[in-house]
Design a protein around this ligand. Sequence first.
Ligand SMILES: *Cc1c(COP(=O)(O)O)cnc(C)c1O
Length: 426
Amino acid sequence: MSDFKLETKCLHAGYTPAKGEPCALPICQSTTFKYDTTDEMGQLFDLKAEGYFYTRLQNPTNDAVAAKIAALEGGVAAILTSSGQAANFYAVFNICEAGDHIVAASTIYGGTFNLLGVTFKKLGIDCTFVDTDASAEEISAAFRPNTKVVLAETIANPALVVLDIEKFAKVAHEHNVPLIVDNTFATPVNCRPFEWGADIVTHSTTKYMDGHGVQVGGAIVDSGNFDWEAYGSKYHGLTEPDESYHGVIYTKQFGKKAYIMKATSQLMRDLGSIPSPNNCFLLNIGLETLPLRMERHCSNAQKAAEYLNAHEKVSSVNFAGLPGDKYHDIAKKYLPDGTCGVISFELKGGRDAAVRFMDSLEMINIATHVAASKTMVLHPASHTHRQMNDQQLMEAGVSPGMIRLSIGIEHIDDIIADLSKALEKS
Ligand SMILES: *Cc1c(COP(=O)(O)O)cnc(C)c1O
């Protein structure tokens, strides 16, 4: 299976039916699983045997889809969560506790920005945000002795800043901490951050992976590359006995799968953000066509970005596929086949024109969603980033008049016709 190309893995990884079994991934819509002896189930509770016992911890449908996503990213193990928010929360909280510190790129998704900057603070975990384009030295200066992790996005939502993954990985590793990359917008079709030094990848599977806007979900994938045992008791949750599991030491018992096993056995057990098997089934159907859809999203977005860029009412367009874009060269390196279908742009008429433009669209929906088959539009300053002040908006790369346009897989002529009519009225 590992020799197959990505397109083939999208269809076949994670689930291989035996003779007479269903070709489509079965939905195991069951909370619990049966055993014959008391001891058999006791072994599972001690993590001494592998097997299913309760869906909050593991479920065969969920595990098959997690295995597929791990294969697509080139990781050793993955866990699915009930949302992308839960994925980023777990990914960080699995290795951080009160008294620790995080370094994160300032352009990350508004929800993650709030999670790290506000909610983690309440848990006693501090976060320093750094400019995604800062030099290695500047990023390095944000580290403290208690820094445990670095987090950034391959393509920032919605500023569309493309991450220099190698730069962030190098700084993180110089400080002996792992790099988590949220790869939601690029998807493994366009970029596999592990190939550039990232240690852990997260996803909001709600976006392109699902693709149809029918389930909210998340994923965490571990490359298995970060050596948790190399730094004494720094990552003691992984390298020292877990008394809540009869003294199991995750790195000893699970090797390269330690990080994901800990997330499953501690965080899922205690916090419980499990996706439903039915949602995982839907996600799996989305994954089967991901490469086809990404290709169309990217080619449509390229044409729409070129159209907008040439329009007299448009003052600026952010899309790394445009030769003049600030991130064009870096995107060529990390995302040679295309970035994603999301464009952001600004009208010369500013915020008011943006509202008139959006209200004049017919086919294209105003929706909070992004990265789905249907073209959708949003005004970050009044929607997703509403809670931020002007300074924070600027740091996140979001100006008050910015419009986020998520190009779908409709015929490009129909997308451009709708944009054109609305621009006339803006
Ligand atoms: C949407 C999004 C999230 C949050 O995911 P949900 O599934 O909405 O909880 C996190 N990161 C990025 C980059 C996103 O686009």
